[in-house]
Design a protein around this ligand. Structure first.
Ligand code: SF4
Length: 221
């Protein structure tokens, strides 16, 4: 999509702010409830986001609750035996991810005195943490104006604003620019949660519910 490193024309801050305002109005009545949304602890949010990668939220819910019931903080998690953690995380599959939880907890304890780092660069260097999880921790956990993009957010941008994207749209510079404009507001946490829920419940990958969509009048799809 991007040729000669020239960004395709992206919507203005004003257009994106108007889109966000409408999503937030919808979100106020339709927010999905999950245990990791009842906390502002960046460590719990980090672990939840790592669990949610390629896994349904319903599957994650029980595992998340079990893990933090047994090991409520970084200290107890780093002291836990690997086999016990593996047993709790077993339903999620993917052994590398199970190991990543222990590694990430140990690294935060040793390198950062048990406090989850507050910059994208430092977060991205943690085991198993990529751009998306870093953005989620910063915006949802710390309330910072930090962007996050996954394939669901790309889809909403593509449909609603009519922008082209590459197959790996989440890496496109112009998509990231849009996500930065989108989160440039007073409540970045809520803004990012709103677009996630909207992409899951209304502008779904298959069978979007366009009839009930609160922004259908302006959608370019
Ligand atoms: S009208 Fe349909 S395609 Fe457009 S944003 Fe709404 S749900 Fe998505």
């Amino acid at each position: 999509m991007e040729k000669n490193n020239v960004l395709p024309k992206i919507p203005s801050q004003r257009e994106i702010s108007s889109f966000r305002t409408k999503l937030l109005r919808w979100f106020n009545k339709n927010e999905r409830k999950y245990p990791w949304r009842d906390t502002s602890d960046p460590f719990r949010i980090l672990i939840a986001e790592m669990m949610l990668r390629r896994t349904r939220a319903d599957q994650v819910k029980h595992v998340y609750e079990q893990l933090f019931l047994e090991y409520p903080d970084i200290e107890s998690l780093t002291d836990a035996e690997d086999e016990k953690i593996e047993k709790i995380l077993y339903p999620l599959g993917l052994k590398w991810r199970t190991q990543a939880f222990s590694l990430v907890a140990k690294e935060i304890k040793v390198k950062y005195g048990s406090r989850v780092p507050e910059t994208r660069d430092k977060l991205r260097k943690l085991p198993g943490v990529g751009e998306y999880v870093a953005g989620a921790v910063l915006s949802i956990g710390y309330g910072k104006k930090e962007w996050m993009v996954d394939s669901n957010i790309v889809r909403v941008f593509r449909r609603y604003f009519g922008v082209g994207t590459s197959r790996e749209g989440r890496r496109d510079k112009h998509v990231i620019e849009m996500a930065k404009l989108y989160v440039n507001c007073n409540d970045p946490r809520k803004a990012n949660l709103a677009i996630l829920d909207f992409s899951a419940l209304i502008c779904a990958s298959r069978n979007p519910v366009c009839k009930e969509c609160p922004i259908k009048m302006e959608c370019r799809c």
